[in-house]
Every structure is written in C-alpha cells, then in structure tokens.
Design a protein around this ligand. Sequence first.
Ligand code: AMP
Ligand code: MG
Length: 416
Amino acid sequence: MISFEEAVRIIVENTKPLGLEKVFLDNALGRVLAEDIYADRDNPPADNSGMDGFAVRYEDIKGATEENPAVLEIIAESKAGGELVKVKPKTAAYIYTGGLIPEGADTVVQKELTKVEDNKVFIFQELKKGSNIRPQGGDYKKGDLLIKAGKKLRPAEIGILSSVNKPTVYVYQQPRVGILTTGDEILDLGEPVEKLSQIRTSNTYSIYSQVLEAGGQPVIIGFSKDNPEDTQKKLSYAKSCDVLLTTGGVSVGEYDLIKDFVVKVLGVDILFWKVKQKPGKPVAFGVWGAEKEKLFFGIPGNPVAAMVVFENMVKPAIRKMRGESRIFNPSIKAKLSGGYKRKKGERLEFIRVSLELTDEGFVARPFGKQGSNILTGMVFANGFGMIEVGKTEVKDGEDIKVVVFDKSFMDGGLDD
Ligand code: AMP
Ligand code: MG
C-alpha cells in the first residue's frame, strides 16, 4: 500500500494537459488561456482628458487667482469619440472625460474651478502643466505582452481580451469525464424501491457536480450491476472519455469487478490500488488510451470516501488536464476544536470539519459522526482536517492542516 503523497505524485506525473480549442469571449470565463496576448495599439491611443472642464495652454493660466482670473475665449469642443480640435493663445476648448487633448493645449482645468460667461471661461487658479491629462500609452503600449499563456481567465482578463479586439481565444480543452456507477443495490433517480437493501445513488450526482466545479465536462455513462456481462458492456461506453470515474466495486469483495474489467475492456494500466488514507483506502488509478493519455480512477462507493477521493486526487488531475497550474485545493493551518482521538495511526485521515475565521485565526470543528458512509457530515463541512500518519491524538486547540475544498465560508460562514 502506498502513501497518500506517493499516490498524488503518481497521478500528477501521469496527467498531461489536453489540446487546445478556440472559444468565444462570452464562453471564456474560467478557462485557461493557451496563447500570449499582445496589445494591438497604445492605450489610451492618444492623450485624452481625465476630467470634464477646459483644455487650455498652461502659459495662459499661469498666475491665475481668485482676484485675477485668466479669461479665455471658448472656441471649440472635444468630447469622447469626437474630432481633434485646436486651441490658440488666449483660447480654450470645452473638454469632456475621454475627449482628445486639442492641438496646442497641454493642461485640463476641471469644470469646478471655472465659471463661464458670454462664451468666455474664467479660471481662478493655476494648475500644474499637464494636469488631468491621461497620456497616450499610459496603460499599455502597442506590442506589450498583456496576458501570458497559462492564465486562468477572470472578468478582468476578459476585459483586456475585448479591449485588444480578440473575439475568440485559444484555451485548453476541458476533459470529458465519464461517470459509471456500480452496484446491484444502486437505484438511479426515479427508480422505484422494491427491496429494503436498495440504495438510492448519491455518488453519481455528487461526483457529477464535483466534475463541474473542477472545470471538467461530466458525462453519465450509466449504472452497472455487479456481474461480468453488465460491467463489460457499460465500461465499453466509456471509450470517448478523457477520464473514466467509476464508483463502487473497487474493494476486495467477491463482487468487486471493476479493477479487472477496466484492464480487459479498456486496456487500463493500473498504476496503484489502495492508499494509506482514510476514507478512500481502496482507490485505484491507471492510464489508458493510445498514448496512455486517458485516466482511470476507481473510486470507492462509500459516499464520503468518494467525495474525499475526488477532492484530493481527481480534482488536481482534471485541473492539470485543463491547463491550470494551481491544481490542488488550498490548505491552511487551523485550531482543531474539541480535539480528536483514534486507535490506530497507520493511515493519513481526512476528517470533515467546518471552518470558521475567528480573531485567533482559523478554527476547525469536526462534525460529530465521521464514518465514510455519513454523507450528512459533508453537508456541514468545508474542509478536511488532516490527522497525520503516526498520530493518534490531537489535543483541543492544537493546530492541524486543513484542506479547504469549499472557500465560500470566507463569504461569512456556512448556513445552518
Ligand atoms: P462498494 O465500494 O461498492 O463496496 O460500496 C461501499 C458502500 O457504498 C456500500 O454500502 C454501497 O451501498 C455504498 N455505495 C456504493 N455506491 C453508491 C452510490 N452510488 N451512492 C450511494 N452509496 C453507494
Ligand atoms: Mg458495490
């Protein structure tokens, strides 16, 4: 059995970014840019005004005061999107924010410092030469590198792309992630309950949603019974996916067929099976496809184990495939409220905690029931507190590392 760290290393090492595709800007949010973006012109393209007021020559307002204002004849107007106009000595032009600085002018006096009478402007104070002028190229110059390939696109980057007239951009493809749910006992949504032993699926749709959050394209491949024929048939539907996720059937039971059948049906090379972690010990990982560019994750069926394995192992792989460089959930140090005890310390344990930011820093509160089948524990959680290998007790208030899988508590705590 390998360590958690070793397992993650194997996953990351065997995951390659996908190819590129072109998307329209209105579909580019959250995608990872695959080309460098350069400025197509200077911005601003010419000197323009940062204020509404008057464009003047500094010479003409030098020494102006309340008692002895400069008096200039208004001979032109410069508004945003207007023509380039001229001022001559002892004259001024109306100017509005974004208006081009007229030829001959070198200073803009804001409206608040002036008074207009009979087509003349009275200016009551001297300003520094160049005041209120936004210089050509002050933001960036033609040919400047504005955004480097590899950047995840946020609204600000999309604004830049638009301003340099890029209606489409190259980004990394998003992996198609197939989800196959296994188990004789599992019912899909809407299927009638006929036996007490039947279980309504949670994993299919929790994993579907996790794939979406991670930036992949989820595809529900179907549900398979724990027999060779059905397993073989349903696995063959996975061929068009970049990543195959199965849930259940990956443990050591008689009916746990997945590991053998992905090898037979899809030619998966299993790179590891079983990791020293809790929950999620029986997880399997492998690669397949012509160039072993596709991934396989055999995720245990217990609902919490499935979610934990996804956050720690599958999400980083999906993020790497879609070109991201920061692929792991962030981790923070937090004080464990109430402490935690366990009998054995052989495995790295992830306990479900709810995080709160207090005056003393982060506090992590474990949810009462920690079993890997207790899905309600996930509803109260936004982090996984890590109880390290070798450790059997964490004292009340002791610091532990917490993997934050849901950052929304920063918006003001979890709702009840
Ligand atoms: P397995 O990994 O197939 O041995 O399943 C372990 C436990 O998880 C069993 O109690 C299953 O009934 C349960 N389980 C498996 N798949 C699902 C699922 N899709 N939704 C909810 N529970 C499941
Ligand atoms: Mg099963």
